[in-house]
Design a protein around this ligand. Sequence first.
Ligand SMILES: [Zn+2]
Length: 103
Amino acid sequence: MDKVSDQKEVKMKKDKQCPECHAIMELKKTTLHFEREGFYADVENVSAYICPKCGARTIPGNLAINIGNTIETLFKSAKESEVSLEDEVTPAFSGISFHKISA
Ligand SMILES: [Zn+2]
């Protein structure tokens, strides 16, 4: 009979290993910086796994996709508003700051 060897695996800890140096990464808040076609966007307080050793960052899957889509939309609307306002000197907006109000 096989040994029940996967008993250890059941205890799935949420510890994430650094892909670079294999240290245990810490879940922290960080700021992501995006730049595209003359615009830039900073997304603050993003929950990310950060390696305390080498500083590598990993954004959990769904969050990375959500942020990517949001930024994509942001850049697109910023660019469109700039194009549609060809007679105006100032663009509709040049920055968006999004924060959760702390209780
Ligand atoms: Zn590392």
